[in-house]
Design a protein around this ligand. Structure first.
Ligand code: FAD
Ligand code: FES
Length: 1139
């Protein structure tokens, strides 16, 4: 039996406490991740109704959310934890009880495990007694019930593939297009699930899931003497950071070994520990992690981009056995993954150490040996050659220190744990009516439905009876002429209907915001992922096969892959600046110049692009359901492509599962193709991109390369559009008043997928550059960074208040001294601190976009249907609009409903973007409400003590319209301000870093909804944290994107957020320029995550200062993102100089 989120509770009957708590604690924004997170928590509670805080945090290792910043989810779910398990370091729990202002845990339904549905006994599978066989179109799946049967099957059909968890083979089939016609599953064979405890260790059958291995080893560690469990702890250390619970529950031990991945985390441990593997063709197959003996020490290390659920860059198992009673080495084993095409043992180095003592001399000999033995060619797969080689030494150094400490001779620096969060927000004014919801932390109005799985996203719309599936066919070359397209193989796939391309377009094949793109590439392709055509079939599976069957030949042309070589490109944005540079330089004591690169970023909204197009059969009419931030462009591009007027095309959006700018214009590349397929076939057509297609085709944030000369700022380069560069130049001074400044921008056109809007729209990149050279000015002048950017030099109104409050609440000065002390006392761990302001301009750069509309229907029962021009994508826009309408009409929010956004209710809307949607739509809603109220005025006067329903009824009787539409609203020009202070700790040996604490003070005016605004601040901050410290796009030299999914592209996970995370909304700062004195909040806080980047830089500075031998310059380059590789390489020391 499979229980889904719909099976545990519903808004129609009763929500499950898990669903209720995520909803009421504001842990669901777009809601697309919510069912998965709910089910992870539910599963934990079914297995452990009384979990510890740690168990709760670990339960989400396989879940991702791109909206919330994770804090509210953890905070809501920690209310399930045993209270006495909260660590004293953790401020979160105390805060919830002291200040329940965002939600009140006392209102939560209690969890009653006795009320859970029991697992249907008839479905309980113990051990299947007979063989099961499933025949598919191309694959036969056999589940063997006994070992003999398995061996017979293998003997009869040697090429049959064994599959247990399918976590490896599944990926090969889906992404590498491998086909295994016969699959044999040994998952249920008793011998292969056996676990035996013996004197030498524990033996596990090959089909044992990793989660069981983990549980059994934990029990053994608790029971056995410490010296016996050294290896078990090594395996557990690797399993702790190994995939998520979902994967570990199915992935098998045998599968990991046999895959023989060069970055397997377990094989180096097994190899180093001397574990025994039994391979049989007519018997059993076992792996046995060995228990230890006295005088034996074992450690395992792994370094990845992200701690949780990430594959290793380098991983290792290390074992030393000493001669009894001495510190003389008897055996040493150092086994590595990530250093060759298989797991390797550094035999040459280790064999030389027999009989040596565990001392400095051995350390140096091993490091020199490893540096020589573990070589990587400069073009080794996986890159990061210096980093990986350095890691092999750093890991050994850590092992050396650990063993030294166990021998009682050394001191290993300690590690802090725990996750906490606080928030402060302004309360509503005293005397505000209970019914007036403006300023109150109302949960996102759809959150309960999102938590119960009832919320409908585009692809949830049931299939139409005659619906077809579309799959895009895209270029595999970065720049080439198309010489032929052969669809003959695709035509043989069952269910094939047609192939569409530029030839089929009835209107214009030209499309795009600047009308310089094509619906389908014709003759020439300009990037890998360029859409050439699409296949249309009966099912998505057939569409995938058919798309693979389309064969395209190319004649390759020269391609430009990086912006670094395109500085002389044709596009140039004029300079922005003021003052006299020559005079400025002549008067300056110091001149600082340099270069910094800021990488791009993938949106990674959880819901990928999706469109359903339904032809209506009359006069070119078509209805499209689209996951888009831009109904107007979707409509006009489809109309243009089909050659029909816009009034025939209806675009509808219920909600979208995250956008962040990625669905502002790029959604049209899918919707236009799907519309053509629907037009050509006359049938409804659907397409939802797979994650890898989405990442390949739709572009992301623009990378920037900056060259600066302070006080002269040189040229920026970006791969993108004028408006991004314009915003970048307008933010190049961040918050500083600089008398002499000039910025020029150069747009670079590359042969990579077109980039697009992404939260901040060029602003965060430019502000990072500004802070970068500000930090260099501080270092050059020998001034503390916070003095260079102190309040006196900050212009604008509330910024100084934000700065002072942040300095005070973060206890900046006291912590600076503590950090200096910590850095003095610790050699291989360093802490860094940074406080940073932001100032973000609010409005669309193109003036006509600063308008919106609202349509209000008042029905005779008094209920109100509100429609406005904005899309709900998790930012709580609909909730805020209902709050605005509720105050304006003076009716409870329960009477107001928003169903969807569509082109036939509010036409010609601006995209939901640029943080202005609340301002623009809020004002339009307000004005529409005023008109309705004006019409009601006479009836209210006649019956002053009447109710809303009575006035509405009499108005109808008076036959006046209850519908109002406005297409106006003021463009607002103001800034949103904020300040953040962050502290990090870096591991100088591995490049790992921990975000210890962040304090944010944000001016959001008079918040319309503090819960939603705090959610936006945290969500934006964590997205910025990804941009500046984690997320890296990798391309092949030929321009093909390597990072096409969550396995290779790492966005922040639950464990990435600051251990202490405190957000305050500045009090008493009404903003006269927007609805109900509020301020825009979507984009402005994102840049504040740069405080983490600069805190890392500060910590690296401390590490470098400790190594005067290495003769390092005070200024050093740190490109964004500050990944473990860059951090490690910047912490120059004796190990980096060895490789
Ligand atoms: C999201 C995700 C995260 C991951 N993270 C990590 C990680 O952090 N570290 C890491 O090392 N790996 C990781 N992996 C890889 C994978 O999970 C492991 O290698 C896993 O143990 C494979 O087991 P499986 O049962 O799923 O293998 P399957 O996919 O079922 O099979 C894999 C291979 O093993 C063979 N095989 C399976 N059972 C037997 C048997 N009894 N006898 C002989 N051959 C057999 C199969 O024929 C096949 O060739 C991750 C995978 C995913 C999808
Ligand atoms: S709420 Fe988690 S991805 Fe949107």
């Amino acid at each position: 039996a499979v229980t889904t989120v719909e099976g545990i509770g519903s808004t129609k009957s009763r929500l499950h406490p898990v669903q209720e708590r995520i909803s009421k604690s504001h842990g669901s924004q777009c809601g697309f991740c919510t069912p998965g997170i709910v089910m992870s928590m539910y599963t934990l509670l079914r297995n452990q109704p009384d979990p510890t805080v740690e168990e709760i945090e670990n339960a989400f290792q396989g879940n991702l959310c791109r909206c919330t910043g994770y804090r509210p989810i953890l905070q809501g779910f920690r209310t399930f934890a045993r209270v006495n398990t909260v660590s004293p370091n953790c401020s979160l729990f105390q805060q919830v009880t002291l200040s329940p202002s965002l939600f009140n845990p006392e209102e939560f339904m209690p969890l009653d495990p006795t009320q859970e549905p029991i697992f249907p006994p008839e479905l309980l599978v113990d051990v299947p007694q007979k063989q099961l066989r499933f025949e598919g179109e191309r694959v036969t799946w056999i589940q063997a019930s006994t070992l003999t049967e398995l061996l017979d099957l293998k003997a009869q059909c040697p090429e049959a593939k064994l599959v247990v968890g399918n976590t490896e083979i599944g990926i090969e089939m889906k992404f590498k297009n491998k086909l295994f016609p016969m699959i044999v599953c040994p998952a249920w064979i008793p011998e292969l699930n056996a676990v035996e405890h013996g004197p030498e260790g524990i033996s596990f059958g090959a089909s044992c899931p990793l989660s069981s291995v983990e549980k059994i080893l934990h029990e053994a560690v608790d029971k056995l003497p410490a010296y016996k469990t050294e290896v078990f702890k090594g395996v557990l250390e690797q399993l702790r950071w190994f995939a998520g619970i979902q994967v570990k529950s199915v992935a098998s031990l045998g599968g990991n070994i046999i895959t023989a991945s060069p970055i397997s985390d377990l094989n180096p441990v097994f190899m180093a520990s001397g574990a025994k593997l039994t391979i049989v063709s007519a018997g059993e197959s076992y792996i046995m992690p060995k228990s230890g003996q006295r005088g034996e020490y074992f450690s395992a290390f792994k370094q990845a981009s992200r701690r949780e659920d990430d594959i290793a860059k380098v991983t290792c198992g290390m074992r030393v056995l000493f001669q009894p009673g001495t510190a003389q080495v008897k055996e040493l084993a150092l086994c590595y993954g990530g250093m060759a095409d298989r797991t390797i043992s550094a035999l040459k180095t280790t064999q030389k150490q027999t009989a040596n003592s565990w001392n400095e001399g051995l350390l140096q000999a091993v490091c020199a040996g490893l540096a020589e033995e573990l070589h990587l060619s400069p073009d080794a797969p996986g890159g990061m050659v210096d980093f990986r080689r350095t890691l092999t030494l750093s890991f050994f150094f850590k092992f050396y220190l650990t063993v030294l400490q166990k021998l009682g001779k050394g001191n290993v620096e300690n590690v802090s744990v725990g996750v906490g969060a606080k928030y402060r927000l302004s309360e509503v004014p005293e005397g505000q009516s209970e019914e007036d919801m403006v300023g109150r932390p109302l949960p996102h109005l759809a959150s309960a439905m999102q938590a119960s799985g009832e919320a409908v996203y585009c692809d949830d719309i049931p299939r139409y009876e005659n619906e077809l599936s579309l799959r895009l066919v895209t270029s595999t070359k970065a720049h080439a002429k198309i010489t032929s397209i052969d669809i003959s193989e695709a035509q043989t796939v069952p269910g094939f209907v047609c192939f569409i391309s530029a030839e089929d377009v009835p209107g214009s094949n030209k499309t795009g915001i600047l009308n310089d793109e094509t619906v389908f590439a014709k003759d020439e392709v300009t990037c890998v992922g360029h859409i050439i055509g699409a296949v249309v079939t009966d099912t998505p599976e057939h569409a995938q096969r058919a798309a693979q069957g389309v064969k395209i030949t190319y004649e390759e042309l020269p391609a430009i892959i990086t912006i670094k070589v395109t500085e002389k490109g044709p596009h140039r944005k004029g300079g922005i600046g003021k003052g006299d540079l020559t005079k400025g330089f002549s008067e300056a004591d110091n001149v600082v110049s340099g270069e910094v690169h800021i990488g791009g970023q993938e949106h990674f909204y959880l819901e990928t692009h999706c469109t359903i197009a339904v032809p209506k059969g009359e006069q070119g009419e078509m209805e499209l359901f689209v996951s888009t931030q831009n109904t107007m462009k979707t409509q006009s591009f489809v109309a243009n492509m089909l050659g029909v007027p816009a009034n025939r095309i209806l675009v509808r959006v219920k909600r979208i599962g995250g956008g962040f700018g990625g669905k502002e214009t790029r959604s049209t590349v899918v919707s236009t193709a799907v519309a053509l397929a629907a037009y050509k076939t006359g049938r409804p057509v659907r397409c939802m991109l797979d994650r890898d297609e989405d990442m390949l085709i739709t572009g992301g944030r623009h990378p920037f390369l900056a060259k600066y000369k302070v006080l002269d700022v040189g040229s920026y380069a970006g791969d993108g559009r004028d408006s991004i560069m314009e915003r970048a130049l307008l933010h190049m001074d961040n918050c500083y008043k600089i008398p002499n400044i000039l910025g020029t921008g150069r747009l670079c056109k590359t042969n990579l997928s077109s980039n697009t809007a992404f939260r901040g729209f060029g602003g965060p990149q430019a502000m990072l550059i500004a802070e970068y050279w500000m930090s260099e000015v501080a270092l050059t002048c020998g001034l503390p960074a916070e003095e260079v950017s102190q309040p006196g030099k900050l212009e604008a109104f509330t910024l100084s208040r934000c700065w002072d409050e942040c300095l005070a609440s973060s206890q900046y000065h006291a912590r600076r001294s503590e950090i200096d002390k910590f850095n003095e006392e610790n050699c291989w761990k360093k802490r860094g601190l940074c406080i940073i302001p932001t100032k973000f301009g609010i409005s669309f750069g193109i003036p006509f976009l600063n308008q919106s509309g609202a349509l209000i229907h008042v029905y005779t029962d008094g209920s109100v249907l509100l429609t406005h021009g904005g899309m709900e994508m998790g930012q709580g826009l609909h909730t805020k609009m209902i709050q605005v309408a509720s105050r304006a009409l003076k009716i409870p929010i329960s009477k107001i409903y928003i169903s969807e956004t569509s082109t036939n209710t509010v036409p010609n809307t601006s995209p939901t973007a640029a943080s202005v949607s609340t301002d623009l739509n809020g004002q339009a809603v307000y004005e529409a409400c005023q008109t309705i109220l004006k019409r009601l005025e006479p009836f209210k006067k006649k019956n002053p003590s009447g109710t809303w329903e009575e006035w509405v009824k009499t108005l109808k009787a008076g036959s006046l319209s209850l519908l109002f539409e406005t297409n106006s609203g003021n463009p607002f020009h103001y800034f949103s301000y904020g300040v953040a202070c962050s502290e990090v700790e870096i591991d100088c040996l591995t490049g790992d870093h921990k975000n210890l604490r962040t304090d944010i003070v944000m001016d959001v005016g008079s918040s319309l909804n503090p819960a939603i605004d705090i959610g936006q601040v945290e969500g934006a901050f964590v997205q910025g944290l990804g941009l500046f410290t984690l997320e890296e796009l990798h391309y092949s030299p030929e321009g093909s994107l390597h990072t096409r999914g969550p396995s290779t592209y790492k966005i922040p996970a639950f464990g990435s957020i600051p251990i202490e995370f405190s957000v305050s909304l500045l009090r008493d700062c009404p903003n006269k320029k927007a609805i109900y004195a509020s301020k825009a909040v979507g984009e402005p806080p994102l840049f504040l995550a740069a405080s983490i980047f600069f805190a890392i830089k500060d910590a690296i500075h401390a590490a470098r200062a400790k190594n005067p031998d290495c003769k390092m310059e005070k200024l050093f380059r740190l490109d964004s993102p500050a990944t473990p590789e860059k951090i490690r390489n910047a912490c120059v020391d004796q190990f980096t100089t060895l490789v």
